[in-house]
Write a protein that binds this ligand. Structure first.
Ligand SMILES: Cc1cc2nc3c(=O)[nH]c(=O)nc-3n(C[C@H](O)[C@H](O)[C@H](O)COP(=O)(O)O)c2cc1C
Length: 215
């Protein structure tokens, strides 16, 4: 029973590109058969509370003496990690907000990146349960970040997720990108609007193809 964990984080419920691309992936996943399950978590509509206690970054045996994180936060963290480790593939909508991740998505990352539980710490053999599984990041950005342009490295969302999901959790990270998403709305030149449309169409196609390949 292949399980897709599908996370959205866009605060735009009307015209979000990342939501439409992740939906194309999830639809294609479900089309693969009745056994292909999707667990959908909307981090914007159903926002997680911020991590209330730094000691939750480690399991109980590695916390400072006397640490007493709230039981409900520990339970929430356990359930988010169980949801993650129960997934065969993880799909994440990552709109670029202020050159970084939406805070709603960052809150999820703060719960699930736990050294010695989901990432290596003192026993690398048993502490990367997600190693070898795939995370597909759907990156949407209002402006342009073309290779070779002065803004090429201004996206700090995807590199941070690559470090967490790829380096720390050991996942294979794939990225589907649509840039220039605000070009048409703000009356950009026709050539840029055409690029915006072409990137979105390619991203929708890439999402469906990735679901078929990974499912
Ligand atoms: C709070 C906020 C901050 C944003 N910051 C940036 C930014 O730093 N760079 C950028 O290119 N676009 C930025 N944008 C535009 C979004 O990246 C763009 O609208 C993108 O399409 C959002 O993804 P979505 O279509 O899935 O909602 C920002 C939008 C919002 C709402």
């Amino acid at each position: 029973m292949p399980i897709l964990l599908h996370l959205d984080s866009s605060a735009d419920l009307a015209t979000s590109r990342s939501r439409s691309i992740t939906a194309a992936f999830a639809d294609a996943w479900q089309d693969l058969g009745a056994d292909h399950t999707v667990v959908h978590r909307d981090l914007h509509r159903d926002a997680l509370p911020h991590l209330s206690d730094a000691s939750l970054h480690f399991p109980a045996r590695l916390r400072p003496a006397g640490a007493t994180p709230a039981k409900e936060q520990e339970d929430l963290q356990d359930s988010l990690i169980a949801e993650l480790t129960g997934a065969d593939v993880v799909l994440i909508g990552v709109p670029l907000y202020n050159y970084s991740l939406p805070s709603t998505l960052k809150a999820w990352v703060d719960y699930i990146h736990v050294p010695a539980v989901t990432a290596p710490f003192d026993d690398p053999a048993t502490q990367q349960p997600m190693a070898g599984r795939t995370a597909v990041l759907v990156s949407t950005r209002g402006a342009t970040y073309d290779a070779g342009s002065p803004t090429e490295f201004n996206d700090h969302a995807i590199p941070a997720l690559q470090l967490i999901l790829g380096n720390a959790l050991g996942m294979n990270v794939e990225t589907i990108v649509a840039t220039r998403t605000l070009t048409e709305r703000f009356g950009g030149p026709a050539e840029e609007v055409a690029k915006q449309h072409a990137e979105l169409a390619a991203a929708l196609e890439a999402a469906a193809a990735a679901a078929k390949r990974l499912g």
